[in-house]
Design a protein around this ligand. Structure first.
Ligand code: PMP
Length: 413
């Protein structure tokens, strides 16, 4: 009701975007990548460590399956919103094969990438005020997706001294009566940290013991190096199975980021609820992309083994070269394709006439002065760090880190 003291808002000057959506910021990783690509399109020799995507093309047997699907009228029509039945069955089979988690097709929802799987799982599980513990550094999408679903993200920070691995004690300290869920991602984006089987088991037991739900993001399951091993939480903590959703997709394993096929595996009632949501939001994922994903998950893991070898080589190069820079400290990542060095010792130093005080300012200066794109730690809830994806060609990688070495080598107190 308007009173004399508050005149009515003149038409056309009121709220335009909802408060809920206005509170979301653009994905920082996508925006760094977009800026790097725009500079490159304008002729600048920018080297991008921003995007989390393999530089390899999608394997030929996958693109061939997609090409055939394009010509098959069956795939020119709507198909079940929750995914092609044969793909859901194949994902259940692949899950059994790769992580040992026994599920059937009715527990699988095929989504438009892992991102939609995450979004729909939070939407299906959270009510307003529900707290979700999110180990930090976290992948930039989780908190936004949690907030959109009405939940409250509760970051728990682990730094380089623990190899960016949270402990049960830290998680317990963050737990309240409103805690509903834990996000668990190993191998991790942005740090590349991989939790040992014992750690996964301890964290899973803790969550199960307190009746919490867990979202286990397993999208980097096949990208582990050296002695590190991937562990699926609901496999080692079976009592969690009724309260666990597992997110995965073809993007990272088969160099298929642009195809947009992911999935969530979980208890049938949650999968049904998330599928109902999807039936109104997007309906089925593109059939052609689903057939490509079917070829991917039904095939062997040879392609990812070859990519893993290249990533491992680049990982060792980037970590060695970053640690040669005075003021940069980079623990060895054991999985995914990211290095997450601390640059705290460089902040406040003089560099090309400037004194960057935050990692965001430093990342900007690096792009301007060295034409190298990196994502600042601010995007992952931990200022003072940079994320570099090493999923780029060996030559570009060496050239890009050399430029960083020369530029950052000039920093003076
Ligand atoms: N989870 C994690 C941890 C990721 O890093 C990504 C991609 N950056 C995704 C999920 C989503 O991948 P997509 O939507 O491309 O399948």
């Amino acid at each position: 009701m308007n009173t004399a003291a508050t005149p009515p808002t003149p038409p056309g000057t009121g709220r335009r975007v909802s408060a809920r959506i206005a509170a979301i910021s653009e994905s920082a990783t996508l925006s760094v990548d977009a800026r790097a690509k725009a500079l490159r399109a304008a002729g600048r020799p920018v080297i991008g460590f921003g995007a989390g995507e393999p530089d390899f093309p999608t394997p030929g047997y996958i693109t061939e399956a997609a090409a055939e699907a394009c010509r098959d009228p069956r795939y020119h029509r709507y198909t079940p919103a929750g995914g092609l039945p044969e793909l859901r069955a194949a994902i259940a089979g692949k899950t059994r094969r790769d992580s040992g988690y026994e599920v059937d097709a009715s527990q699988v929802l095929v989504t438009n990438g892992g991102k939609q799987a995450i979004h729909e799982a939070f939407a299906a599980l959270l009510d307003p005020g529900d707290e979700v513990i999110v180990p930090a550094p976290y992948w930039t999408t989780y908190p936004e997706s949690i907030r959109l679903a009405g939940g409250v993200p509760v970051p728990v920070v682990a730094d380089e001294t623990s190899g960016y691995r949270v402990s049960v004690e830290q998680l317990e300290a963050a737990r309240t009566e409103n805690t509903r869920m834990l996000v668990f991602v190993s191998p991790s984006n942005p740090t590349g940290a991989v939790h040992s089987r014992a750690e996964v088991e301890a964290i899973g037991r803790w969550a199960a013991g307190h009746g919490l739900w867990v979202m286990a993001d397993e999208i980097y399951e096949h990208l582990v190096y050296g002695d590190a091993e991937f562990t699926s939480m609901p496999v080692v903590v079976p009592e969690l199975r009724d309260r666990c959703v597992v997110v995965n997709g073809v993007a990272k394993t088969y160099a298929m980021t642009g195809w947009r096929v992911g999935w969530v595996v979980g208890p049938r009632d949650v999968i049904r609820a998330a599928a109902n949501l999807q039936s109104h939001a997007t309906s089925n994922v593109s059939n052609v992309a689903q057939v490509a994903a079917l070829a991917a998950v039904s095939g062997d893991l040879e392609a990812v083994a070859a990519m893993r070898e290249a990533f491992d080589r680049r990982r060792r190069t980037i970590v060695r070269m970053l640690n040669e820079i005075d003021g940069v400290e980079c623990p060895e990542p054991e999985g995914a394709f990211y290095a997450y060095p601390s640059v705290k010792a460089l902040l406040g130093r003089e560099l090309r006439g400037k004194r960057p005080k935050t990692s965001a300012e430093l990342a900007e200066l690096i792009l301007d002065e060295a034409e190298v794109a990196v994502v600042p730690g601010e995007a992952f809830g931990t200022p003072g760090y940079l994320r570099l994806s090493y999923a780029l060609g060996d030559e570009d990688l060496a050239e890009g880190v050399s430029r960083l070495q020369s530029l950052l080598g000039e920093a003076r107190a």
